[in-house]
Design a protein around this ligand. Structure first.
Ligand code: ARG
Length: 341
């Protein structure tokens, strides 16, 4: 058994990365809510504990302070703390999970964050939002995945709430159902991504708003190459991503790998098992220590080639399943089909 250790998250002036994890005491494949999960392919519990501990050690060796949320029987996916909330300074925007199997985690997540120094808030009812799994800052922009788990309407609300620019990205492949399975900011202006996980509009929005994108190939994407934890120049992934690691070295990063196959069985890997409490390295607000620009939402694909950023809400733009006009996104829920196990 792994004993959870708790303690206050100290506001820090130094640069110690602070990460929330949850030990896999009660982890298992008990239901199927994404195409990776299959109850006929159970996890090896001993191996899962070994893999989780090795990840934790690697994170600590890279300089992170790890906080542990207590595991809860009957909540096998609580270990994927990336989904608990989106952290923005001292505010935690708590998840609204799509599937009932994970909705039970919310009180645990909220309690932990509220008792460790965060202000917590919820998006309005009726829209799904799966925390940092679907919302990642790169520079001063929040990139937000929608369709399979989170709803695009939650991103509109996030832009208003946080006062930052949001670029919604439609996820089109069921295996890459959270944004953090196919996109990973490394620093402002640089990110890893798996292009086929996005529609052409999303690919264009990414290309026009991030100076350099490192693509991963299909085999390594299946090994969760994009689901990386970035700690300064260290980038930690699942084993089996040699091409990405070569590219990272060429960009001056130090890639590290550790086997996480037991968590891939649930559709998760390194990044999903962590929630950065002090802000991701690539988030401009962490560096600046201040709030970003006034909030507005950008419809992915609505960019002009001449502009470094997609055009912001000054146009009417029609896309298959949503229409962007000024600050209103009209969104046809029925056209969005979640993965049905
Ligand atoms: N079994 C979990 C689910 O389907 C895996 C979550 C992975 N988390 C992530 N941030 N991608 O919700």
């Amino acid at each position: 058994m792994i004993t959870p250790q708790a303690g206050p998250v100290q506001p820090t002036t130094e640069n110690t990365p602070q990460i929330l994890m949850c030990p896999p005491n009660h982890y298992g494949i008990e239901y199927e809510i994404n195409p990776w999960m299959c109850r006929q392919r159970p996890c090896d519990h001993t191996a899962a504990v070994t893999q989780w501990r090795a990840l934790r050690q690697l994170l600590e060796a890279a300089g992170a302070k790890i906080f542990c949320m207590p595991p809860v029987l009957g909540m096998p996916d609580l270990i994927f703390t990336a989904n608990a909330a989106l952290i923005y300074q001292d505010l935690a925007v708590i998840a609204r999970f799509r599937y009932p199997q994970r909705q039970v985690e919310v009180p645990q997540d909220e309690h932990w964050l509220a008792t460790h120094g965060f202000r917590t808030c919820h998006l309005p009812p009726g829209m799904f939002f799966e925390g940092a799994g679907d919302a990642l800052f790169c520079g001063d922009t929040l990139f937000a995945g929608y369709r399979i788990r989170s709803d695009i309407r939650s991103h509109l609300n996030l832009g208003t709430l946080l006062g930052c620019r949001v670029i919604p990205l439609e996820l089109v492949q069921p295996h890459f159902y959270h944004l953090d399975t196919c996109f990973c900011p490394l620093e402002p202006g640089l990110a890893i991504y798996y292009p086929p996980a996005f529609d052409e509009y999303g690919q264009r929005a990414l290309a026009e708003s991030i100076a350099e994108l490192i693509p991963v190939d299909s085999d390594e994407a299946q090994n969760f190459a994009c689901n990386a934890v970035v700690l300064g120049r260290t980038v930690i992934t699942n084993s089996g991503c040699p091409n990405l690691h070569d590219q990272l070295r060429r960009h001056g990063f130090e890639p590290r790998e550790t086997p996480l196959g037991e968590f891939v069985k649930a559709g998760g890997s390194a990044k999903c098992l962590t929630l950065r409490l002090d802000g991701e390295d690539a988030a401009a607000w962490r560096r600046a220590g201040g709030r970003g620009k006034k909030g507005h939402v950008v419809v992915s694909g609505g960019s002009s080639a001449a502009s470094p950023h997609p055009t912001v809400l000054t146009f009417r733009y029609r896309k298959r399943n949503h229409v962007g006009q000024d600050s209103n996104l009209v969104y046809n829920e029925e056209s969005l089909t979640p993965f049905v196990p």
